[in-house]
Design a protein around this ligand. Sequence first.
Ligand code: ADP
Length: 221
Amino acid sequence: MIPGARLILLGRQGAGKGTQCVRLSRHFVVPHISTGDMLRAAVREGTELGAMAKRVMDAGGLVGDEIMVGIVRERLSQSDAVGRGYILDGFPRTVPQAAALDEITAERPLDVVLDLDVPRELVLRRITSRRVCRDCGTNYVASGSEKSPWICDVCGGDVMQRDDDTTEAIAHRLDLYEEQTSPLIEYYERRGRLAVIDGVASPDEVFRRLTAAVEGARRSS
Ligand code: ADP
């Protein structure tokens, strides 16, 4: 395996993108750039961006394209991303974001856009049992018998349900996904960049499918 890759992982909320991105970033030795994690960090730091993002996120909405493009442009200009590449998680989420990303990556184009495909009914069930460490962002699945909050194995922080994982906010985010993000599947397909991965399988099997798709895309480019 040659280290380094420039990847996007698309897919509905709750498709398992976050966990797979962490594994892919270790496998290809590239930074995992999650715009959701970056916004949650801004919320914790109490910045102006954080205060604005919290209002939008808690309502299940989308932060404006211009702000998101600015954040990602800045992050992709850092030396780790320029040198080795990256895996983008949660960006782009709209066609204008994808168009801006085309321009940002004009000199170093993406290897492949992976669409992790998991049906809506299944992700709804998964998100309801999703828990996340408030301090380090590690994801967990609740069985229902834990006390709340519980202690994170990685950093000792509080593991809780995200403020935006309420039933209403989840439904709204999934609707926004169908309206605003799913057109990206056709956008990248038309450009010959897309690989659709069936995400209904064990995490190990899904990981195998994802890495195989990246290797396949590299061989054919
Ligand atoms: P999800 O579980 O919904 O995939 P993320 O952690 O990716 O959550 O993002 C959480 C929230 O952050 C989103 O619901 C949205 O409000 C905001 N957000 C993250 N990335 C973007 C983006 N690229 N464009 C607009 N809003 C974003």
